[in-house]
Design a protein around this ligand. Sequence first.
Ligand code: TPP
Ligand code: MG
Length: 544
Amino acid sequence: MAGTNLSDTVAEYLIAKNVRYIFGVLAHTSFTLADAIAKRPQLRFINTQHEGGAGNIALGYARTTKKPAVCLVSAGGGATNIVTAVAQAHKESVPLFVISSEIHTTSAAKGFFSSWHGIEHTKLFQPITKQSIKLERPEEIGTVLDSLFSQTTRGRQGPVYLGIPADLQAAVLPEPVQFSRTGDLLAPSIDSRSAESAVDLLLKASAPVVLCGTGVDWSGAGEEVRELAELLDLPVAVSYTAKGVFPENHPLALGCLGVGGRPYARKFFLESDLILALGTTFSEGTTLRFSQEAIPARAKIIQIDIDPQELGRNYSTQLSIQADAKAALRAIIDSIKNKKPTPPSATGSRRAQQIQEAKQAWLKNRKEKVASQGITKDSVLTTLNELLKGNETLVASGITGEVVRNIDACMPIIHAGEFRAIGTALATSLGVKLGLPHARVVCITGDGSFMMEQQELATARLHNIPVLVLVLRNNAYGGMKRDQIKNYGGRVIGTDLFVPDLARLAELFGGKGYTVNRVEEVRPVLKQSLESDDFVVVDILLDQ
Ligand SMILES: Cc1ncc(C[n+]2csc(CCOP(=O)(O)OP(=O)(O)O)c2C)c(N)n1
Ligand SMILES: [Mg+2]
């Protein structure tokens, strides 16, 4: 590649890594990089309306494709605008590769205060990335790209930052750039001794249960979790962020534990004497603030995680195993099969039956409760739950807790996890749709959350990404307003909103728009919009 400029090298590198989309917003300082992308049909640039949208669309794309997603932003405000999404990626271990232009090297030499866009980007990103680097010498681009790109997926995944000064983007490289030829990393498995210890504990337990985090999804261990659960009749719960990672049409599925969970999930955990924890941090939400209200003191814990830092961090473990969930489960299953020739079948199992009874009772009770409520979050979501066929992918923000509790998810529900940023679901749903082009992608959002990112409707239109957006409108930051009234003498400040007619807004952005303000309209409008492939916004006016 002698004689090529640095930006062409970056573009070729991305192609070599099978990158298809680059999400971002451009500026003069990033034009040379952008032009290298423009020259290559293998790469497609998706410009969002705000860099926050670029970060969120990338998060959705990475979560569904299980590959690093790439963003391109620009020096100064472009880079600062993407910070929230990068922080979320850091907190939720999502692989993002963020490239930003940085100011010209001669300007930087004059000091940041006197230069256009001048701030120290690498310091800004340092605490929220696995690595944050500014390219100093063009000839180091190969080493830097290799180091950063592999960082995103090694061990605990996460975001990285690369700043490329405007003038260096056009630097002509004297030598062809050699990229390292690292083979695919083999996921770390476990030795037979660890597998035996885990199996011993599992077989001796009288009421063992499983808790899955998003690590199960990233390692693709869903099938192994199902096999093990069926083999040993194990109820399986998931963390708040991992909702749907174990499909809830399985008879042994408990749904979420802790926040967003239904009461029966906690009951099975409180009665357990062994918890097999897979790719989960035992987070604040899942454990109800690290208490014993979801994780009983008497239960022994086997914890399997790719990141050794997590092992035993929040709860003492009987057995800690640093490994990839899929590889470890495979070894455990093989060992059990050698010992136990006639496994029980899950569907007819005693515990599956208990779970199904508890679940059906909860659903019946919920249905009766919402029947007299008019249009409420719970009534809309209960109806939606009945209409879903199981092949839709749901994305939520603003009302994530309600979505997680009411929906029986057969696919992971994508949301901001325990970082809990609102204003994310619309852009994230666009990334999900790019990752899963054949799925009906449904963005479910509060009106406050939607208003933070409604401009991304233009991204849906511009790049022809048809998603269904359900906005549950109460003209307020409703949950917050309710708590203000309750705890501060009925006073309300800063939680009432102006929200325009969203059906009209959708039409202005080239979508179809519907308004639902009568309870009997909820079901037919949801059904029709779920069945269509169009870009649709449904403005659902809540009664309370
Ligand atoms: C980026 C960000 N800003 C502020 C908050 C605090 N916050 C949590 S919920 C919420 C309001 C959500 O309102 P809406 O989406 O309308 O849902 P509702 O409670 O009305 O159902 C806010 C502002 C947050 N989580 N993230
Ligand atoms: Mg609201």
